[in-house]
Design a protein around this ligand. Sequence first.
Ligand code: PLP
Length: 388
Amino acid sequence: MELDNWTAVRRDFPCTDARVFLNTGTLGPVATPVMERYLASMRQWNATGPGSSDVYIGWRNRVETARATLAAALGSGADSLSLFGNVTDAINVVLVGLGLPDDARIITTDEEHGALVGPLTQLAQRGITVDVVPFGQGGPELVARLAAAMDQAPTTLLALSHMSCETGAVFDAQALAAEAHRRGVLVMLDGAQTPGQMPLALDAWGVDFYPFNGHKWMGAPPGCGGLYAAPSAAARLALTYTGDGAGWSSGYPASWTETRPADGRRFEYGTRNWPAWVAWGDVVAYRASLPGDPYARQRALASSLRAALAEVPGVAVRSPEPVGGIVTVSVDGKAGDRVYQQLLAAGVVGRRVLRPHMDGVRFSVAYFNNEEDVARACAAVAQVAASR
Ligand SMILES: Cc1ncc(COP(=O)(O)O)c(C=O)c1O
């Protein structure tokens, strides 16, 4: 039997063999060809003696090619990108580096991840005001709610997800940045869910700070996070963590010299897993080699899952029509955790959603999933909904 092109692609993702894997929104698998190159890098790293300066500096330099590749893929200048281990690192670099005064006011939403809730809680404990608006179904209504909230009291910063990790709802980043900047308010969008799920145009959007990662929808190895800081906004960030790499010293104080240019690299320091970031650059080439548009494919699969689940008795769809691959449902009379566990037992991997306003299960449909995954997930949900 001839394999269609996407069936061949699916073979690069062995996690699809064992179960219906629908949780790329938590962590995505790395395609086998990218993983093979990454593992070969690590073997070479080890075999050549990593502490030899030609070896580790060689890897550090190769990161610059990856940075340029990523920047082009995300619609940003390479100078505006700093690389970290995850989104949470980048969020902290912004929220601490802004040095917000105690009378600052931040507006966020009711669907934020712990990666943002944690740092916001720290700021609130210092006396900073954190106001919350509902994320709802995103879209222009969310932009309008945020604009109204900004008009209620002087505001310093909007800090919210660009795409809700709970429902996949999204909004127009450029429209929000315009509303905020008209009022002199800074914007940080947590982009953990967007790269690889929808196209990004970071410079064009005009947001000030955009933390993001590669280890979910882009399919990079774990440990791939980054920060986009618009040039005007980056200048407002004090260095929270710094050290060797950002500068060099033979002793305090006289010999300290800044060795990094005044671009995004000044936020990076110390030893890093440079081969992982090089693999992140490789991911861009892998995605370009796919037989079609991965965004369109995962959107179509997610849309058909959403439509099928909407027909299942006792199931309420909580997501808007997908822009990316996320579909969330609640099952009447059943806690999301129980639904999640029953689906897992049936070989379908989703993720629990638990909020005061929503108790359900999230499915993350990626381009390497297929129609059979969609049908199996839907049948399993129907069985769970029909059971006691
Ligand atoms: C919206 C959002 N922000 C932040 C994170 C945390 O990402 P990381 O582990 O890269 O810090 C996640 C992960 O699920 C997320 O969905």
